[in-house]
Design a protein around this ligand. Structure first.
Ligand SMILES: C[S@@+](CC[C@H](N)C(=O)[O-])C[C@H]1O[C@@H](n2cnc3c(N)ncnc32)[C@H](O)[C@@H]1O
Length: 320
């Protein structure tokens, strides 16, 4: 039985109000997004005339105790193959990192470049990074590979060649000189290709590519063969641990509904990586309910909690 007060937002979204430590979730969840106060020594307000917000002033000892007790609780709620994402600014990452590494076997940072510059900072380096610690209990946790848009400069420079099918980049077929690949010769018309360090792929695979006109034939006499990588078949690159393609709310098109609200695109990516449809996501300090918004779009179940009663109407308006 949950002791915090329940507000049913939709059939799939439950919102509780109260201290996250008082939550009692009976069934384990597949993903937790934990975005607590950052120990930033500030009080957060939506704007100077608005009372919406929360306080973030602690001693380091108090903050350590706060994070540690919450992490202990969240660890027990998380499925064995589930993922906990812990969101923190890079300048406040030290205390949470120590706690997370003591608790979880696998802890990897995702670097979120939330803005391009900090023009108002004059006496220190502008901090543009948040860290999202991806924490897992086991190595084979649930994981879906998602793509990130390719870099614009890379697209312009790499997909310059064109044939009847479309623009393409050149993928290596010949093994690096320091290694030895598959050794064989191929003929294309009256030209023979037999690189001294060998090929990266087997003979039958290369012959199939040649037959399908998927090999770039060089004009120069002794140049290498390359595989054609078509632009229309490669809209994205496998997601890396540097996320520089999602803007913070202040720099993007989303309207801020709450101080420290995160962009919904960020939550969508975290959810896609770690869960499947109908899985359950828990956000113990949900603020404006960005996690619920993303779950709603992606058809995941969602349990939210926050100690601030103001978030009820914000989340109700946002989802319904
Ligand atoms: C950084 S904000 C979360 C922002 C949210 N991710 C969003 O996109 O809007 C942190 C939230 O933690 C809440 N909070 C602080 N202490 C709490 C506690 N002990 N239990 C539950 N919520 C708490 C605050 O009210 C605040 O809404």
């Amino acid at each position: 039985m949950e002791s915090n007060n329940l507000h049913q937002i939709t059939d799939n979204i439950e919102l509780y109000i109260g201290n996250a430590l008082n939550m009692n979730i009976e069934k384990k969840v597949n993903m937790i997004y934990f975005d607590p106060p950052f120990n930033s020594n500030r009080d957060y307000k939506l704007n100077s005339t608005n009372s919406l917000g929360f306080s973030d002033k602690w001693t380091d000892k108090e903050y350590e105790e706060f994070i540690s007790t919450n992490i202990d609780k969240l660890y027990d709620i998380l499925e064995k193959d589930g993922t906990l994402f812990f969101h923190i600014s890079s300048s406040c990452m030290y205390i949470p990192e120590r706690i997370l590494r003591n608790k979880f076997k696998f802890v990897e940072p995702i670097f979120w470049k939330k803005c391009r510059s900090k023009n108002n900072v004059k006496k220190k380096l502008g901090s543009v990074m948040d860290i999202i610690w991806k924490c897992n209990k086991i190595s084979k946790s649930k994981f879906n590979l998602v793509t990130q848009a390719k870099d614009k400069k890379y697209l312009e420079n790499s997909f310059k060649n064109k044939d009847d099918v479309g623009n393409y980049a050149m993928g290596h077929l010949v093994t690096e000189k320091t290694k030895k690949g598959y050794m064989y010769e191929v003929d294309i018309g009256d030209r023979k290709f037999n690189p001294p360090s060998g090929w990266r792929i087997k003979e039958e695979v290369l012959k199939d590519l040649i037959q399908k006109n998927r090999v770039h034939l060089p004009k120069k006499k002794n140049a290498n063969l390359y595989k054609k990588i078509y632009l229309h078949e490669n809209p994205g690159k496998p997601c890396t641990d540097l996320w520089d393609d999602i803007h913070s709310i202040s720099q993007g098109s989303e309207i801020r509904k709450y101080p420290t609200a995160k962009p919904v695109k960020l939550l969508e990516r975290l959810i896609k990586i770690s869960t499947n449809e109908n899985d359950c996501v828990y956000d113990p300090m949900c603020g404006s309910g960005t996690t619920a918004d993303a779950c709603h779009r992606l058809n995941r179940r969602c349990i939210l909690n926050d100690s601030n009663e103001d978030v009820v109407s914000i989340i109700e308006n946002r989802i319904n």
